[in-house]
Design a protein around this ligand. Sequence first.
Ligand SMILES: Nc1nc2c(ncn2[C@@H]2O[C@H](COP(=O)(O)OP(=O)(O)OP(=O)(O)O)[C@@H](O)[C@H]2O)c(=O)[nH]1
Length: 257
Amino acid sequence: MSSMFGKNRAGNLSTIPDKCVKECNVAILGCKGSGKSALLVKFLTKRFISEYDPNLEDTYTSEDIVDQQPVILKIMDTADQEEPANMERYLNWANAFLVVYSIDNRRSFEVCHQYLESLCQCTKALHQERPIILLGNKLDMERYRQVSKSDGITMASKYGCLFFEVSACLDYDCVQHVFHEVVREIKKAAKRKLPIHPLFITEEKPAVALSSVTPISATCKEMPSIAQAKLITVKSSRAQSKRRAPTLTLLKGFKIF
Ligand SMILES: Nc1nc2c(ncn2[C@@H]2O[C@H](COP(=O)(O)OP(=O)(O)OP(=O)(O)O)[C@@H](O)[C@H]2O)c(=O)[nH]1
C-alpha cells in the first residue's frame, strides 16, 4: 500500500503547482557533535544551545513562509552514533537531506562522504531524486578549521549537492537561509516531475515536498520509517510574521527558553 502511495504521489507531482507544495520532510544527517541539534534549534528558535542528549532522535514541525508561500517543515534530528546507519529508514521518510559536518573536525567531513555515497547509491537504485545540501557548521571556529571550503565545494560537486558553511551560534539568517534552500530544492525537484516521495509511507506522510543559493546543483537523493520518532510541533512565530522565538520543549529532552 505504501509503495503504491509513493508511486501515485510521484506521478501526480507534475500537476502540482508551487503554491500547493505545502509540506516537506527533511532529515539532518551527520556524525555526533557536528551540530545538527544546534542548527535545528537555531532555525526553530533563533537561539543557540550547547546542552543536549545526543542519543535521542526527534522530529520537529515548523510552520514557515518561504518565498511568500506557507510551508510545513518537518525536520528529523537524527542520532546515528558513528557512521551512517539505517539509511533506508531515512530514505523512506525524507524528501531532502541536510548532511552536516563541523569545519573543525576532519572526521565529521569524512562521515559526510559516507552519507552522501550511501544516499546516492540508494536513490540511484530507486531511480529517485532527493535534494541534498552539504553543510559545513561551526564557521565561527575558523581558526581551528580542518576542512577547507574548497574541500566542501569539491565534495558537494561530486554528489550534485548545494553547499553552505554556517555557524549555529552566529547569524540566524544564514541558518534560516539553508533551511529555506532545502524547501526550494524540493520544490524544484517536484517541478522536474521527479519522484521525491518516499516509496514506503508510515504514519509520517509528507504531503508534498518542497526546496537556491549557491553553488552547485542537486542530483542524487532518497528516505526512514520514523519508527518511534517523537513529533513536536513548533508553531513558528515567523509563520505569523512575528519575529519572536517561541518557547518550546524539545531537542533531545532539553528545555529551551
Ligand atoms: N562553536 C560552535 N559550537 C557548536 C556549533 N554548533 C554546535 N556546537 C556545539 O557542538 C556540540 C555538539 O552540538 P550538537 O548540536 O549537539 O551536535 P549533534 O550533531 O546534534 O550531535 P549528536 O546529538 O551527538 O548527534 C555542542 O557542544 C554544541 O554547543 C557552532 O556552530 N559553533
